[in-house]
Write a protein that binds this ligand. Structure first.
Ligand SMILES: [Fe+2]
Length: 355
């Protein structure tokens, strides 16, 4: 077998386990942080206050306005606040919104970041930052955006609701699936992707029935960590482009859209990426990759169709046009008939055509 790849890893210290939030003060100390600014969303203030008290006099303040899509005006207010309290480091407690705010502040100030994720979003393992200003989203990728340290504490994920855990998990798995067939795939990321798919395959059905199962929660967070690395290291193709098109055109919810689409986009690429798709099938103990993801989504009661997410049936043609407008690389070439059939099946909630 011939091998040909480029592999690059960003430096980041990862601490993983139960109760690990307790060592936050030591982790702050390692980075020389003496005046930490704790970040969170308005919904997670109580947790953030607990984290602040763990830090004692090493906490300089709390900024609780993190919001979806990382609005630049919020970031600028946070930067001003960070300066006013002379913060010398950032603790981002929460999901993608809070991690995004930490990255955006760090990019403008150079402050070191410790991310403490509470969902399976995975943004904490990437140097990617998406920001919005005047309704326009821009995305950039730079090594200095990557948080210096990440604390994965399974305790902080226990209260993630069962439904959200499932869709957030499938959303994370999409990064692993696409990393496996990415043009810039590499052996290290591929190993992590398969490990993540297997971990989520085991964990999500358990969490759906028993949200307080610590071992399953630990497995899911472990999978989320690897999926985050996949997101940061490999390019994304059909699945992500389609989800962005659909989400933008019909204002569909993010994680749910990924959950509906993943079995279908996987089916579309199954023949063209047969070698890796066979490995996905065995990681999921399924007859094929698309079927495995479909069954997994059904077993956790994830949304099944674009129709139930609010997309109108007469939007299928429009979505197909949008999906084909800007050509991009994908294992299986994009055809009008193929993409139309894919979106139609996803809209109706049918089994993926190839499954
Ligand atoms: Fe994504």
């Amino acid at each position: 077998m011939m091998h040909d790849f480029t592999y690059e890893a960003l430096p980041v210290r990862v601490v993983f386990g139960q109760g690990k939030i307790q060592i936050l003060p030591q982790e702050a100390e390692r980075l020389g942080i003496k005046r930490a600014l704790v970040l969170c969303t308005p919904q997670q203030v109580q947790w953030a206050e607990e984290v602040s008290s763990l830090l004692g006099d090493k906490c300089a303040g709390l900024f609780h306005e993190a919001a979806m899509h990382t609005p630049v005006d919020v970031t600028l207010r946070a930067v001003e606040y960070a300066r006013s309290v002379q913060a010398d480091g950032l603790i981002s407690l929460g999901g993608g919104s809070t991690t995004g705010l930490g990255k955006a502040i760090s990019l403008r100030t150079g402050l070191p970041q410790i991310a403490v994720p509470t969902t399976y979003a995975g943004s904490e393992m990437t140097g990617i930052l998406g920001e919005t200003e005047n309704g326009i989203k821009t995305t950039q990728k730079k090594p200095e955006i990557q948080p210096e340290a990440v604390i994965y504490d399974v305790d902080l994920t226990m209260s993630l609701p069962a439904g959200l855990s499932g869709t957030s998990g499938l959303n994370a798995m999409a990064h692993a699936i696409e990393a496996l067939y990415a043009q810039d795939r590499n052996p290290v990321t591929s190993l992590m992707a398969l490990e993540a798919i297997a971990a989520f395959g085991r964990a999500l059905p358990v969490i759906a029935k028993q949200p307080d199962d610590v071992a399953a929660r630990s497995d899911a967070l472990y999978g989320a960590w690897f999926c985050g690395i996949c997101l940061g290291s490999a390019g994304m193709a059909l699945h992500h482009k389609l989800c962005h098109v659909l989400g933008g055109a019909f204002d569909l919810p993010h994680a749910e859209t990924h959950a509906v689409m993943l079995p279908h986009t996987t089916g579309y690429n199954m023949a063209a990426a047969a070698d890796v798709m066979d490995k996905v099938a065995s990681a999921l103990n399924a007859p094929n990759a698309a079927r495995g993801l479909w069954d997994l989504a059904r077993s956790i009661n994830a949304p099944r169709s674009l129709q139930e997410l609010g997309m109108p049936e007469d939007g299928i043609d429009h979505a197909t046009d949008l999906a084909l407008r800007n050509p991009y690389w994908n294992p299986e070439p994009l055809t009008r008939e193929g993409i139309h059939a894919l979106i139609k099946a996803a809209w109706a909630g049918d089994l993926p055509l190839q499954a």
